[in-house]
Design a protein around this ligand. Structure first.
Ligand code: FAD
Ligand code: FES
Length: 366
């Protein structure tokens, strides 16, 4: 049944928001800070590798961005996020410049599937590939493996611009010294100083191949691959894993930003300008709502504009916060990088990048 008295966003706002008070601000590098938060009551429940959604008002307009938790719930007493500046970026510069201990920031509770469950009996080899700020979720996972799975080991291949830009450099050195047999860290620098003797240049398939080959030869360890970084690093790693026929359920990936997704979104808006305006049914918390979706808007944009309190975070098809199941009809996604093949096969869609292409579209937000 359609709900004629739609919930206004404002009515549900306070319930779904999680205010977190900043406890400490740590400058990691010249362009990255870590914000640690006081534990809320009850303590924040999260899985290593998940992200928080930061909610800020700019000029009276609420905006959101996703930031991965860099901490481990098994190790760190306080949850934290690390934010690297993006040139001209709204949130990343604000969070680097304007946040101090005592300030409270509204969030959404942790979300995300870039994670795993841990068990002390497991004997796994975690092969982690990180680029720049992509180290944040990887750091939470790395620390969690070391403390939860004594028989498992970790290889971290970490790409930064130069030595000064290596986020968590000291913490990684300490972890490595404390776990010499279980943690191997390989740094790859794209613009190193002349004195640098390690891997250098952009990470490519040739650089990666020997490390993956070595890991794949091991028979005692079950392998898990986690990749988080810019498109170039992600694509190169996925290509190498494909060559070695690594099973897809062992590959976990997360993107913070995709230039390709940005472009696809722009093109989709232009391409749909001459299209049809359609009615779409969105099922949210068990109630059905009929919304009107014009050709230049996604289902999420239209739902929000029509006061539906639909979940979302990145709004660029990467984080899956807006995931829904297509119950009927057909949609076109501008980008589906956030979804696994299994999720796509099961009929999941990302509302922030989905546009209806048939008349009977119904999406259930689960
Ligand atoms: C699941 C998830 C987890 C994330 N975790 C982290 C994290 O732990 N740490 C972190 O620093 N960031 C993280 N991000 C990225 C973060 O959400 C923001 O996108 C980023 O901080 C830029 O936001 P902004 O408001 O500063 O820039 P905006 O104002 O949104 O963008 C400014 C301009 O920069 C471009 N742009 C945006 N991001 C990038 C980028 N990364 N590289 C190049 N150009 C870009 C935009 O297209 C735009 O033109 C994560 C993103 C996702 C989806
Ligand atoms: S809001 Fe992040 S994928 Fe849609």
């Amino acid at each position: 049944m359609f709900n004629l008295f739609k919930k206004k966003k404002e009515e549900v706002k306070p319930k779904s928001y999680l205010p977190l008070k900043v406890r400490e601000v740590v400058k990691e590098t010249s362009d990255t800070v870590t914000l640690y938060f006081e534990q809320p009551e009850p303590f924040l429940e999260y899985k290593p590798g998940q992200f928080l959604t930061v909610i800020l008002d700019f000029d009276g307009k609420e905006q959101r961005r996703s930031y991965s938790l860099c901490t481990s719930p098994y190790v760190d007493p306080y949850p934290g996020i690390s934010v690297k500046r993006v040139k001209g970026g709204l949130f990343s510069n604000y969070l680097n410049e304007k946040i101090f201990p005592g300030k409270t920031i509204n969030m959404l509770a942790p979300l995300g599937h870039f994670t795993t469950d841990f068990h002390s009996k497991n004997q796994r080899h975690f092969f982690l590939v990180a680029g720049g700020s992509g180290i944040t979720p990887i750091m939470g996972i790395l620390k969690s493996v070391l403390v939860n799975e004594p028989k498992s080991k970790v290889t971290l291949l970490y790409c930064s611009r130069n030595e000064e830009q290596i986020i968590y450099k000291k913490e990684l050195e300490k972890l490595s010294a404390a776990n010499p047999d279980r943690l191997k860290i390989i740094h790859n620098l794209s613009q190193p100083a002349e004195s640098w003797t390690g891997l250098k240049g952009r990470l490519n398939q040739e650089t990666l191949q020997p490390f993956v080959a070595e890991a794949q030869l091991e028979t005692d360890f079950e392998k898990e691959y986690f990749i988080c970084g810019p498109d170039g690093i992600l694509d190169a790693t996925l290509e190498v894993l494909k060559k070695f026929e690594v099973s897809k359920d062992k590959i976990h990936r997360e993107s913070f930003y995709s230039a390709a997704a940005d472009k696809a979104h722009e093109e989709a808006v232009l391409g749909h300008l001459g299209g049809l305006t359609r009615e779409v049914t969105v099922e949210l918390e068990g109630e059905e709502h009929l919304i009107t979706v014009s050709p230049d808007k996604t289902i999420l944009e239209s739902g929000l504009a029509q006061d539906l309190n639909m979940p979302y975070s990145c709004q660029s098809g990467l984080c899956t916060a807006c995931r829904g199941k297509l119950i009927s009809g057909e949609v076109k996604m501008d980008e589906d990088a956030g979804l696994s093949d299994n999720e796509i096969a099961a009929g999941y869609v990302l509302c922030c990048v989905s546009r209806p292409v048939s008349g009977d579209v119904k999406v259930r937000i689960e």
